[in-house]
Design a protein around this ligand. Structure first.
Ligand code: URA
Length: 236
């Protein structure tokens, strides 16, 4: 087993989103931080994270954040406040001040609901958004007019070319559930892909809900709720 590395206390405070390195002096002065039960004296001291309490609490998520959020409609996946409410408002505010900050793994449109993975593990974001890894995503769709069975072989054929694009969409598995609802499994994540695939065949998507991303599912999470996920090697 490798020994727990030491980190400067002021670096720790900024890395985990508590305050800037400069501000950590004030936190030390007001005795908000203890090291193995003793108030910290010097922000430059090299410490073991496991020995630190901040306002009496251990350092939050010392090994990184990985959560599944049930994104409600009306929230964007950006940090830009001009775009209205953001999914980051549904998460602990300190997480966006971490370095690196938490970020969504890909984006859902403002009106799309469902499974959204959020993490500060840059390697996971990269892997799970890279087209090379072909992560499977499942969407539940309601459209504005009766669905035609011919969409099933068409979406499966890998021949749909979206307006303004050159490469056809990869084969996607469409299941028609009722006359106006369907389930679509994709391995890509192009911009507005589901809405644009349906639009290319004359359908307006009225409701879009992602029920699975890789093997992450909601498992009873209500809209706006999130839960921690263990960091394991998924989705495949
Ligand atoms: N496809 C879309 O069109 N919108 C989403 O939010 C996700 C996939």
């Amino acid at each position: 087993m490798t020994a727990e590395p030491r980190i400067r206390l002021d670096q720790l405070m900024s890395r985990y989103g508590y305050c800037s390195r400069g501000q950590s002096r004030a936190w030390v002065k007001t005795k908000r931080i203890t090291i193995a039960g003793v108030p910290a004296k010097d922000p430059s001291e090299k410490v073991l994270i496991s020995q630190i309490l901040i306002d009496g609490e251990p350092v939050e998520c010392p090994n990184g954040v990985l959560v599944v959020l049930n994104k409600p409609a009306g929230y964007t996946c950006t940090h830009d406040l001009r775009e209205g409410a953001s999914v980051y408002e549904l998460l602990p505010p300190r997480w966006v001040d971490r370095n690196p900050p938490v970020t969504t793994v890909g984006r859902l449109d403002k009106d799309t609901t469902g499974v959204l993975v959020v993490t500060d593990h840059g390697d996971l974001v990269h892997r799970w958004t890279s087209p090379r890894h072909k992560i499977s995503k499942v969407y539940e769709i309601t459209v504005g007019q009766e669905l035609d069975d011919q969409l099933i072989p068409l979406f499966a054929s890998g021949s749909i070319v979206l307006p303004g694009e050159i490469d056809p969409c990869l084969p996607a598995k469409l299941e028609i559930l009722t006359s106006t609802t369907a389930r679509l499994e994709l391995v890509e994540g192009r911009y507005h892909q589901v809405k644009r695939m349906f639009a290319s065949e004359g359908y307006e998507v009225l409701q879009l809900h992602r029920s699975r991303f890789g093997d992450f599912e909601l498992k009873g999470l209500a809209p706006g709720q999130w839960r921690f996920e263990p960091r394991i090697e998924r989705p495949k």
